[in-house]
Every structure is written in C-alpha cells, then in structure tokens.
Design a protein around this ligand. Structure first.
Ligand code: GLA
Length: 713
C-alpha cells in the first residue's frame, strides 16, 4: 500500500498482501540514531507552554536528576506558535530547545497539527470534522480537523515548513513527531469528494464499483459518481463493501496527510527520523500500511489497572509493535506512571506497576520508555492525568520511583537494538478486521481482537514468544503460524499459508477465517474455500452458540483417532488438564473432515458427532482448524498439542501462573504479574542486570518484580 492512492494490482478491490516498503527514501535513519550514545530512551511529553519560564529551568534540572534523555515537545502548541493566521511566535520554543539542549536532553519535536487553534475553525468552518449524522464537531477540545480539508492541509503544511526551517539545525532536535494519534474520521462534503476520487482510482468506472459494492442488493445502484457519499447514518444496515472501502479510504487519507508533513521534514532534515504515535490495536488505522512510512515505530500504551488480562494484552500489543518495526526495536512513546483521567473510575497503579509495565516493553523489543506527561497540568481536561512530576512536586513517592526507574534503565543499555527471537507467528490484518466486524453478521460476540487474545494467551502462559505478521508475510522461518481470524482471505494469502504447510510448517486456523474475498463477498462453496485443501476439512454453516444449555465437546484420544480398537473410549490426549470434555462458547461451525482427523467433536444438539477441532497432515506439515471458541483451559490444552506438533517450547519450562518469560537477545526477562510471590527454577546461572547479583538455581519473584538475567559464560 502506498498511502496516497488506493492499491491497484490489476483486480479492482484487491490489495497486495504486504505493504510495499517506502522506496522514495531508501536509507532512512532509525531508532538507533537516537539510542546511539544515549542507551535506553527515557522521558515524556513536555508541555512547557502550560508553565512560566522559571518552571522550565526547574524541569530541566529535575529531568537530569531522573536520567531523562528525550522529551517530546510542542504536540499541542499550534495556537502558541501561530496565535493569529499567518503569524509566527517561535521565541519561546527557541528558549525551551536551548534549555533542554544545555541540559543534555534530546528533543522529539512535534508538528503541532493535531489541535488547530480556534481561529481555523472559526474562519473556515469547513475544516471542522462532521460526524456520520452530518453534525459538525467544534473546537474547544482537540483533533477538530478534517483529513480531506484542503484549507487545513494548506495551513498545517505552511506551519510545518516554517517549523522545519526554524529547527532543522538545532542541536537538540533528535526526532520529528508528526501530529498525534491519527484517527480522525469525517463525513463532510470535502471528504465525500475525496472518497469519490479514491474510488475512481480504485475501480475506474461506475460499473465496476457497482459490481464491487453489490448494488443490485436493496436497489443501491449508482448512476452517477456524485450520488456516492461516505456511509452516513442511514435508516438500516449499510452496504458492507461501501463501509469497508470507506475504512480503507479513511486510513489512506490520514496516511496521505502524515506523509505530506513527513516529506517536508525529510526534505529539510534528511538525517532526522520521523515518527508518529500509534495506539496499539487501533481499529480505524491500518498500521501495516503505515509502518513502512515511519522511521521509528512508536506506540502509546495505557493498560487498565484492574484488568487481569492487562499483561497479556500488553505483550500482544508490544509484539505487534515489534512486527510493525520489521522485528527491530520500537519505542513506547506514551504510557502513564499512575492512573489516567479518561476512564470512568481511574484506578491507581500499585508500587512497582509502572516499572513492571515499562520493563515488559523492554523485554519485547522497546528501546524507548516515555510517558505522558512530564509535569501534571494544573488546568485543562487532563489535569487529573498522572505524570512523572505530580502536582505535589518532586518531593513525592511517585517522582522518587520515576527517578529510580530512570536510573535502572541505564543499566539496560547493553540490550539496545537486541532482537527478540520468535518461532511462532500470529497473523493479523486490519482490512480483515474491518470486514469481519461489519453490521449484520452472524454474531457480534465473535470479535477479532478477542480472538487474537484467546489464541495468544496460552502461548504467553507457556513463555512462547510470538511475532505479529501481516497476511502474505514470509513464513518460512517460523515453526508455527497461528491465524486466529482471517475473515478476508485473498487467493495469494491462502496460497502462502498452503505452501507453508506443504513445506513442513504447522498452521493453526481459528473459526470464521477464509470466509470472504477482499471485497467482502463470500467465497461460495464449502468453507473456508481457499483453505479447504490445506485443512483437509470443509464446512457448511456458521452457528452462533446460545448461552444455555452449554454446548459440550469431547477430545478424542490419539489412539482412538488412529482407530486403535483397544483404546478406552473417551480417553484424552496425553494428559489433558481439561478432562475429557470442554464447553464451546459463542460460535460453532458444521464441519466435515475430509483428509483431516477430528481431534475433538461436538456432543450436543444438531452438531453432535461433528468435528470441533481438526488436524490434517498435508505435505510435510500439519494444519489444525478450530471450529468453535472453547473455554480458556481447552485453548491451553489445544495449544500444548499444537506446540508439540511444531516442536516449539517456551523459553523456560514450568512457568508459574502470572509469570511472563521472554528472551531479548540472550537475556531472559522474568516478570511477575501475579498477586503473590512466584518461585522460578532457572536452567543456567546468570547475572542479574539490574542489581548485578549472580543468580543460580531457583529464585522467588515478589509481586510486580522483574529480573533481567544474562547467562554467565
Ligand atoms: C494520548 C495522547 C496524549 C494524552 C494521553 C492521555 O496518548 O497522545 O496527548 O491525551 O493520551 O492518556
């Protein structure tokens, strides 16, 4: 995907399986240009425009004491720099950058285009976004701009040009931070016109568009381009392909704006990396398409205290960032030291929690650990959001912890740039996510990110590291490929999965995969049609499961699968912690084994006797298919069997519950997310990087404690 224009690969509506790497600037500087000589990056968003200048001096002294080496400046400073249209006030920013530089602190300088000043919307209301009901959204908060507005674009780029000219040679400038958390969606007339332009490029003519959108359904035929709108609020379910194309368009339109700013910065400062902050599994923006256009992959991550799955979600998200960075290092650009302000009930973080979260990111490939924000605001909508320096000041328990964390991160400098090895890949695709979760589907309880987590969690529990990859990625280096839910499946991706197994790989596919083509049209024939050969199985009906009565399934013993007459009926694969039976939830499918063998069958109702889990020998590999959503313990049992098939083991055997184990380079991280102490037996003597202690045999991790173990030669 190239961003400015929709992809064309000869077939309307198809996308290439992998985003093409940006080819306009081949040798771009990356994260190493920041970490070289600095080690792990540590710092936060710094908003000096909210404070008098004497506080800036104190800030820099405190930053130095806390080992801060990078701050993001100016994210929301458009009105301060351009108080009236066309004016410029850079004097204050000059002084901020000089002060930071004198203090040895590098600057990630933001283009302040995420929040235009009120004058823009006041004079040019057409720059303000319109929601799907046609209501304009006003200034007074932030993000009030339309990605397709020519006036916004012109004003933003003029400012970016002047900012780049002003600071190109400033010694504090280490990275550019474009905008903030891109995600705007707009339904204004400018957007509708831009959407039509995007569709013309994609489909060429109206006849092709009508076919792609299936407009013979409900009399939706378009006779003129001008009739086409963004999918505004309508009386009933909207056209799913129109919705899908609009999601593609929105992601592309934002990317086009990001690239326009980025190109100005790159032209002026070719050796300074450019980034923007991602938001994990943020649905509106296809980060696989964006990542090739970033010099540094950076994420904002705000785990919910009180969510027991939080550590697993975090690990999955960090692995996604590493995948977006092509396996290289990435940075955590925003996180919180304590409670945030934007939930209903903002729980605080107990002692050790933010440190644990930060070190978890390091374990999974982060070379930068930054926070929102440096100093807690006194006013404005985020005055209750945690910071590195709270309202009470530096003489606080929280700030002491911040300092301690800054100091200990220095000891992890040897890990900078180290890879995180993985033998398992997990496939995720934004476009499939959009298409899968369209309105009017069989069940809105089958959610893509829930499915990702269901397949990921048992791997996490076993200490198996996973790479997140897009469809069409090179798979030959992996022993196991997991496809939790790939609703949209192109022939090319199906072929890549098929040949991966043929050549000896192990594949695990979850339900409701391979259902539709890239237009969102259902593949006809028994499903999943494009994967039928590799799975050795096929289905004919998707059957959402009632909450009551439960739908039971039964594991079939290995011997029974082989047809061994002496096998006792109902014995389970060796040894299953779940027992003979498990309960299927949410979803089931009526499947038939072809060359595959059933590994578990449904026991109840119309599905009684039909396979729930299947395993197929194909070529020199194996393919597994799961036709339901089992309870958690059954997912663990299934994962253990699939891991055994793939000869993959975790980085440490017998991990206690709640302990995360992951290796970065040759260094083993053990993180205790559990509520109680956890005893772990090591397989080799090691030096602990944070304390310098020698560790051997068994060790006990207190709750929220982390050890970073480098094997002793
Ligand atoms: C996001 C934004 C920040 C701030 C924080 C609050 O990450 O980028 O500007 O609003 O959320 O958690």
């Amino acid at each position: 995907m190239t961003g400015d224009s929709p992809q064309r690969d000869g077939t309307p509506g198809l996308r290439p399986d992998r985003p093409a790497a940006a080819s306009d600037q081949p040798a771009r500087p990356g994260l190493h240009s920041l970490t070289a000589g600095r080690g792990m990056l540590f710092g936060g968003d710094y908003n000096p425009e909210q404070w008098p200048e004497e506080v800036w001096v104190e800030d820099v002294a405190l930053m130095r004491a806390a080992h801060v080496n990078l701050v993001t400046v100016g994210v929301f400073s458009w009105a301060r720099i351009e108080p009236e249209p066309g004016t410029r006030d850079f004097g204050w920013l000059d002084r901020v950058l000089d002060l930071l530089h004198d203090g040895g602190i590098a600057v990630d300088l933001a283009t302040p285009t995420a929040s235009p000043p009120p004058w823009l919307g006041h004079r040019w209301p057409e720059t303000l976004p319109v929601d799907e009901s046609g209501h304009r959204l006003y200034y007074g908060a932030r993000n009030q701009w339309c990605p397709s507005s020519p006036i916004y674009r012109e004003r933003a780029l003029a400012l970016v040009t002047d900012l780049a000219d002003r600071y190109a040679d400033h010694p504090a400038l280490a990275m550019w931070h474009v905008g903030n958390e891109y995600g705007q969606v707009c339904h204004c007339d400018d957007t509708a016109a831009a959407f039509r332009g995007w569709l013309r490029e994609r489909y060429g003519d109206l006849a092709t568009l009508n076919e792609a959108w299936g407009t013979t359904f409900w009399s939706q035929h378009y006779g003129q381009w001008d009739e086409i709108l963004t999918p505004r609020r309508a009386p009933y379910l909207r056209n799913p392909t129109q919705m899908l194309d609009f999601q593609r368009f929105c992601s592309d339109a934002l990317l086009a704006h990001y690239r326009a700013e980025r190109d100005i910065l790159r032209r002026r400062t070719p050796s300074v990396p450019v980034t923007t902050n991602f938001m994990g599994f943020f649905k509106p923006v296809d980060y696989w398409a964006w990542a090739p256009h970033e010099d540094v992959v950076a994420n904002d991550w705000y785990p919910f205290p009180g969510d027991p799955r939080s550590p697993v979600r975090a690990a999955l998200t960090h692995d996604l960032m590493r995948g977006l960075a092509g396996g290289g290092p990435w940075m955590l650009l925003e996180q919180a030291t304590d409670g945030v302000n934007w939930q209903k009930h903002n729980l605080p973080k107990p002692a050790g929690q933010f440190r644990l979260e930060s070190l978890q990111a390091v374990a999974r490939g982060a070379d930068g650990l930054c926070y929102f924000q440096w100093r807690a605001s006194r006013f404005g909508a985020e005055r209750y959001h945690a910071a590195m320096v709270p309202h009470a000041g530096a003489d606080t328990r929280l700030h002491t912890r911040v300092r301690e964390h800054g100091a200990e991160l220095r000891r992890l400098a040897p890990l900078v740039g180290q890879p995180v090895p993985a033998r398992v890949a997990l496939v995720h695709d934004w476009q499939s996510w959009w298409a899968c979760e369209s309105d009017g589907r069989p069940s809105d309880r089958l959610l893509v990110t829930d499915q990702l987590l269901r397949f990921y969690e048992p791997l996490w529990r076993r200490g198996v590291t996973v790479d997140l990859v897009p469809p069409g990625a090179e798979l030959s280096g992996y022993r196991l490929v997991v496809v939790p839910n790939l609703f949209l499946l192109s022939d090319a991706t199906a072929e890549s999965l098929t040949s991966y197994v043929r050549d000896g790989g192990v594949l695990l596919v979850g339900p409701f995969s391979g259902v539709a083509d890239p237009l969102g049209h259902i593949h006809t024939g028994r499903f999943p049609a494009p994967l039928r050969e590799v799975l050795g199985a096929s289905g004919e009906a998707w059957l959402p499961v009632a909450d009551d009565p439960p739908l039971r399934c039964r594991w079939i013993a290995d011997a029974e699968q082989r047809g061994d007459a002496d096998a006792p009926a109902g014995t389970v694969p060796d040894p299953s912690p779940t027992g003979v039976e498990f309960t299927a939830t949410i979803w089931s499918e009526l499947m038939r084994a072809e060359s595959a063998r059933p590994v578990a069958t449904f026991l109840d109702g119309d599905l009684a006797g039909a396979p729930a889990v299947l395993r197929n020998e194909f070529g020199t590999g194996r393919a597994w298919y799961l036709a339901t959503v089992p309870q958690e313990a059954a997912m663990v049992a299934l994962t253990d069997r699939v891991l055994a098939d793939a000869a993959v083991t975790g980085v440490l055997p017998d991990l206690p519950d709640g302990v995360e184990a992951v290796r970065r380079g040759d260094t083993l991280f053990l993180l205790n997310h559990g509520a109680g102490p956890a005893r772990v037996t090591l397989t080799e003597p090691a030096g602990e990087l944070l304390t310098g202690d020698r560790v051997e045999g068994a060790l006990t991790l207190a709750p929220r404690d982390v050890v970073v173990l480098k094997p002793l030669a």
